[in-house]
Design a protein around this ligand. Structure first.
Ligand code: ADP
Ligand code: MG
Length: 598
């Protein structure tokens, strides 16, 4: 009996691991792996650029709680895919990358797409390995190991390098190389003393706060965390992707008073979030100098990483679900926590939060309700309000029917507070790395995670016009795979606020520039953040037989939202937004003056 091709062994190993979807872009030498995988019933989603498929695999890992798998050609393919490797690492999302490489006989001779991917990727992955021979056993062992390592502990990227001859020639057989799937994810518990210490800290807290990060969403810890918040009446603050672990509509949600909630808290229990730029490094004056932080994380190296004075007060190594279960148990057994009463005789913690929330919410309401004059372009606030209201009138986002993707500076920042989330893992945005260019890849990932093998959710993307451009060709990928994603392109003709001139000026300026020989005067020069004025991005969908809708007015937007939601094919709604308006740019995460934008 002849031995099987390496490609077949590789595909079989993935199948045996339980992989059902592979994101990739084929070419020599990995095409056969994709073909063999398809023959085994694995869904292969072929992209137009490795960057996008690498991003998609990372988000799929996050949404499904199991490693996403990405297949790349060697050399330049792996280089393009490094974007996803960095993204998986920064976000702590489990992703297995498989890359082809040149024939072993050509190494050091300038072989086809020769590159030492192992040396390149070792510092950026949890593990980068190459099977030591082309025996079936060595190949399967490498894939198995990389799959396990990207998943266990703190999730992240791993990489397997597969030389051409290991893929395209028969393997040297060594008995039965089939393996059972990797054992279920270990979920370590906290030591009893740390649980008692946490209960003690919470008991004496006057202004306790639970911070819920995307690690909690990834860990599927919603049940125990909801129980903790409800039974002990603890105010909570989700990070952007921690939203929905506890419903946004919960009365103890402090999102619209984020600054006050952080600044006044005396004991914080940190569940699946890092004290990085998103949480202002837990430093004063954003936080009290004497705040006590109880940090819970699956990564022991993360515990105590913040260099703010005295942080954390308590480190708990363990899985969030397990640890919060333990905490709930201990709290149930002991005396109940006292009601938060920050400030002694002054306003209580909850009152301070409520007052600030009311102010912020009223500001947001005014912006959302200010109708657009017919001769004026829509604002972000008004457009998002219309999209949200329309979606709520025709579907049930509160039941979790809709998964949102948000990307672009203003698009992401402003939409974040507009669309409430009642369920976890239903929002993807630029994440820890603040990466632009992930949105359309995330649409494909979310569609695959929620609609294979059976359709359960509508994917709705809110994309800035700049953000959309990074991977616009993936609209073809969506159409080819019959993914009925609804994409709103929030088109303000630029990055951030685009050109600062008003719309009419902008248009005239652009016309002059297009007609000039290039030596335009300074007053005519477009800002570096400018993009084409009113580019017809909806035609990207029409180009592949999807639906494109161009929108300028409130009525058109409402109609487009209704029709786009009901469409059975990829739809791009190109929403013209007032350009040059930077009154909304607050960089909420970074600047001291910024107020709640979560
Ligand atoms: P956010 O962007 O929401 O602030 P981060 O990505 O910064 O969240 O932090 C997520 C944290 O969650 C990481 O430090 C990661 O190690 C941790 N984490 C992931 N899974 C688990 C788990 N099962 N149990 C505990 N911590 C986890
Ligand atoms: Mg823009």
């Amino acid at each position: 009996m002849t031995s099987p091709l390496g490609a077949k062994v590789i595909a079989q190993a993935l199948h045996d691991l339980g992989v059902t979807v592979i994101f990739g872009l084929v070419g020599l030498p990995v095409t056969d792996i994709a073909e063999q995988a398809i023959d085994l019933g694995i869904r292969f989603i072929g992209f137009r650029n490795e960057q996008a498929c690498s991003y998609a695999a990372t988000a799929y890992g996050y949404l499904t709680g199991k490693p996403g798998v990405c297949l790349l050609v060697g050399g330049p393919g792996v280089i393009h895919g490094m974007a996803g490797i960095a993204n998986a690492s920064a976000n702590a999302w489990p992703t297995l990358f498989l890359g082809g490489s040149s024939e072993t006989s050509q190494w050091t001779k300038g072989g086809f797409q020769e590159m030492d991917a192992i040396a390149l990727l070792t510092p950026h992955t949890k593990r980068a390995i190459r099977p030591h021979t082309n025996s079936a056993d060595a190949i399967v062992t490498a894939i198995h190991d990389a799959y396990r390592v990207c998943w266990y502990g703190r999730p992240g990227p791993t990489f397997v390098d597969l030389p051409t001859d290991f893929i395209m020639t028969p393997v040297t057989a060594t008995g039965n190389s089939r393996r059972r799937p990797v054992l279920a994810l270990p979920k370590p518990a906290a030591t009893p003393d740390t649980i008692s210490a946490a209960v003690e800290l919470l008991k004496h807290a006057k202004a306790p706060l639970v911070i819920i990060g995307k690690g909690a969403a990834y860990a599927r810890a919603e049940q125990p965390i909801r129980a903790l918040v409800n039974s002990s009446k603890l105010p909570f603050l989700p990070t952007p992707m921690g939203k929905g672990v506890v419903p946004d509509s919960h009365p103890l949600n402090t999102s619209s008073a984020r600054s006050v909630a952080l600044r006044e808290a005396d004991v914080i229990i940190l569940l699946g979030a890092r004290l990085n730029w998103i949480l202002h490094f837990a430093a004063s004056p954003k936080y009290r100098k004497d705040v006590k932080i109880i940090q819970v994380d699956i990564s022991p190296e993360e515990l105590g990483r913040s260099n703010s004075a005295g942080q954390p007060a308590l480190s708990i190594f363990g899985d969030i679900s397990t640890v919060v279960d333990q905490l709930n148990e201990a709290l149930r057994a002991g005396t109940p926590l006292s009601k938060p009463s920050f400030g002694g005789s002054g306003p209580t913690y909850l009152d301070a939060i409520r007052n600030s929330a009311l102010k912020n919410e009223s500001k947001a309401r005014t912006a959302a309700n200010t109708q657009t004059r017919t001769d004026m372009p829509l604002t972000f606030e008004r457009a998002f309000h219309i999209i949200k209201e329309t979606l709520h009138s025709i579907s049930a986002p509160e039941n979790g029917d809709v998964v949102y993707i948000g990307e672009g500076s203003q698009t992401m920042d402003i939409s974040r507070s507009v669309f409430p989330l009642e369920h976890p893992r239903q929002k993807l945005d630029a994440g820890t790395y603040a990466t632009m260019g992930v949105g359309l890849a995330y649409c494909v990932a979310a569609w695959s995670a929620y609609n294979l093998p059976r359709k359960t959710k509508k994917i709705v993307a809110l994309e800035g016009d700049s953000a959309l451009g990074f991977a616009a060709m993936e609209i073809e990928t969506m159409r080819r795979h019959e993914m009925d994603v609804l994409i709103f392109c929030m088109n303000n003709s630029g990055i951030y606020s685009g050109d600062t001139a008003d719309a009419a000026d902008w248009k005239a300026k652009q016309a002059r520039l297009l007609n000039s020989s290039g030596s335009s005067e300074r007053r005519d020069r477009l800002k570096s953040s400018s993009l084409m004025h009113e580019a017809r991005y909806e035609q990207l969908a029409e180009m592949v037989g999807g639906r494109g809708i161009f929108v300028k007015t409130e009525e058109e937007l409402e109609k487009a939202t209704k029709e786009g939601y009901a469409e059975g094919r990829v739809t791009v709604v190109n929403v013209i937004i007032e350009p040059g308006n930077d009154k909304n740019i607050s960089f909420a995460w970074m600047e001291k003056k910024a107020e709640a934008k979560m």
